[in-house]
Design a protein around this ligand. Structure first.
Ligand SMILES: [Zn+2]
Length: 425
C-alpha cells in the first residue's frame, strides 16, 4: 500500500469514526463506540504461549486460536526477579507494586516464627473490583488468591478458601460475600470425594497402576484435588454470570499446579504421564471457549496469566531450583470483543497493565498512581478516538486499614499444598 493511500484510508477512518460518534450522540445508539457494558477477566495461572506452541499448531487449542485470530494477544511480562503468585495476582488486580499493596507471598512469618497464610485484609490498596463497585458497577469475583475473608463488594465475592476440604468440617465465616451466598453455591462445589476416576481420566491416565506410571499415589489425588477446584470455580463463575454483573472475574490455578508436578515427565516422550500438562491445557481451552461464547456486542473478554513456565533451573551451586524458580518470565495476555482490533499483537505488556486497561475499557479514568498503562494497541483506532483515556489522581481515598494475616481452619491444608509444590519448607 503506498503512503498516500494509507493516509487517505486513515482520513476516511477518522471521518467514519467522527460520524459514528455523532450518530451515537444523536441516536444514543447503545455502545456503538462507547465503552463495553461488561468485562469478563479470566486469570489462568502460569499460562504460557511457548508451552502452548505445539498444541496450537496441532489445532488442539481451538479457543486460544480464536483469541489470537479474532482478538488481540501478546506476551505479558511478569516481575523480575520472579515473585510468588499471590504477589503477582494482587499487582494484576491493583496496578500497584508489591511494597505498595503489602501482599508479600503465600505465608507471613510472625515474630514467634509461626507462619500464617496472607489474607485479603492485609492488602493496603483497593482492588479493581473495589474501584468498580464504588463507581456503581456490579461485580463477581471468583477464586482469586488472597481474597479471604471475603470483603463487602457491590455484588458477589467467592474467596479462594472455598476450595479447601476443611477436614474438621467446621463451617467458618466470610468464605463468600454476602455470607448467604455460601449456601447458594455449596451445591456447585466439587470435593475430592466427588472426583471419581472417570471425571479426571481426560487429564490423568487413571487406568494405569502406580507401578506402570512410575508415579506415586499422591499424584492421582493431587490431580483430582486441583481439577475439582478449577471445576468448582468454573461452575460458580457461570452461576454468577447468569445474575448479569458488569464485571466478572475468575481465577484458575490448575495449569500452574500441573506444570509444577508433571514438567519432568513432559520432557520424556515415552513417559505415560507426559501428556498431563497438554491435557490440562486442552481442558482450559474449552473453558476459554465457554467464556468466548458469552461475548456479545457489549462485552470485552480479557485473559491473562501472572507468569509463564520454564521448568527446573540450575542453581549457581549446581543444584536444582524449584518452586517459583520454575516460572517463566512471560505470561500471556489476550482481549476479545467490543473495540478490540482483530488479530493484532499487544507489545511490551506487563502484569501492571491489566487493571488500567479494564478501567479504560469500562469508561473509567486510570489512577495516576497506578504503574501500568492502557494496552491501546489492542483496540481499534476508531474506538480509541471515540474513547480517549482519562485520568484521576488516585482511587485511594484513605479509608482502607490494612491488618495482619488472620488464621483460619484451613491453614494447615493450605500449607500442606504449598509444601507439595515446593513453595514452602
Ligand atoms: Zn507456580
Amino acid at each position: 500500500m503506498n503512503p498516500n493511500r494509507k493516509d487517505r484510508n486513515r482520513k476516511r477512518a477518522v471521518t467514519a469514526a467522527l460520524l459514528l460518534v455523532l450518530a451515537a450522540g444523536v441516536l444514543s445508539c447503545p455502545g456503538e463506540v462507547g465503552p463495553p457494558r461488561r468485562v469478563i477477566l479470566l486469570g489462568i495461572d502460569a499460562a504460557d504461549w511457548q508451552v502452548m506452541k505445539d498444541l496450537l499448531e496441532e489445532g488442539r487449542l481451538p479457543n486460544f486460536s480464536r483469541l489470537i485470530t479474532q482478538g488481540s494477544t501478546g506476551r505479558l511480562d511478569t516481575f523480575l526477579p520472579l515473585r510468588k503468585s499471590p504477589i503477582l495476582w494482587t499487582s494484576i488486580a491493583t496496578s500497584k507494586l508489591p511494597d505498595e499493596h503489602g501482599i508479600g507471598g503465600f505465608v507471613k512469618s510472625s515474630e514467634t516464627g509461626e507462619t500464617v497464610p496472607y489474607t485479603g485484609n492485609v492488602r493496603r490498596v483497593k482492588a479493581l473490583w473495589d474501584i468498580l463497585g464504588e463507581q456503581g458497577m456490579t461485580v463477581a469475583v471468583v477464586g482469586w488468591m488472597v481474597t479471604w475473608p471475603a470483603e463487602p463488594v457491590n455484588g458477589y465475592m467467592v474467596s479462594d478458601y472455598i476450595q479447601y476440604e476443611n477436614e474438621r468440617g467446621i463451617k467458618f465465616e466470610k468464605q463468600t460475600y454476602p455470607e448467604e451466598l455460601f449456601d447458594e453455591i455449596d451445591a456447585l462445589r466439587l470435593k475430592e470425594s466427588d472426583m471419581v476416576d472417570d471425571r479426571v481420566a481426560h487429564i490423568f491416565p487413571m487406568d494405569r497402576t502406580p507401578e506402570e506410571l512410575g508415579a506415586q499415589d499422591w499424584q492421582k489425588a493431587y490431580v483430582k484435588k486441583i481439577f475439582a477446584t478449577d471445576e468448582t470455580f468454573r461452575r460458580i463463575a457461570h452461576h454468577l454470570n447468569d445474575k448479569g454483573v458488569d464485571f466478572l472475574t475468575v481465577y484458575f490455578n490448575g495449569v500452574d499446579s500441573m506444570c509444577h508436578a508433571f514438567w519432568d515427565q513432559r520432557m520424556h516422550r515415552n513417559h505415560p504421564l507426559n501428556k498431563v500438562i497438554d491435557n490440562y491445557y486442552v481442558w482450559i481451552d474449552g473453558v476459554l471457549g465457554e467464556f468466548i461464547d458469552l461475548i456479545d456486542e457489549e462485552t470485552l473478554l480479557v485473559v491473562c496469566s501472572d507468569h509463564g513456565f520454564h521448568g527446573r533451573r540450575k542453581a549457581p551451586d549446581g543444584g536444582t531450583l524449584l518452586g517459583i524458580y520454575m516460572h517463566g518470565e512471560y505470561g500471556i495476555v489476550g482481549m476479545m470483543g467490543k473495540g478490540v482490533r482483530k488479530g493484532s499483537r499487544i507489545i511490551d505488556a506487563g502484569i501492571l497493565d491489566i487493571t488500567p486497561t479494564i478501567l479504560y475499557a469500562l469508561g473509567l479514568p486510570v489512577g495516576r498512581d497506578m504503574h501500568g498503562r492502557v494496552l491501546t494497541e489492542g483496540f481499534e483506532s476508531d474506538y480509541l478516538e471515540g474513547n480517549p483515556t482519562t485520568f484521576i489522581q488516585t482511587y485511594e481515598t484513605g479509608d482502607r486499614v490494612a491488618g495482619e494475616p488472620i488464621a483460619s481452619p484451613v491453614d494447615e491444608e493450605i500449607k500442606k499444598r504449598l509444601r507439595a509444590v515446593g513453595y514452602m519448607q
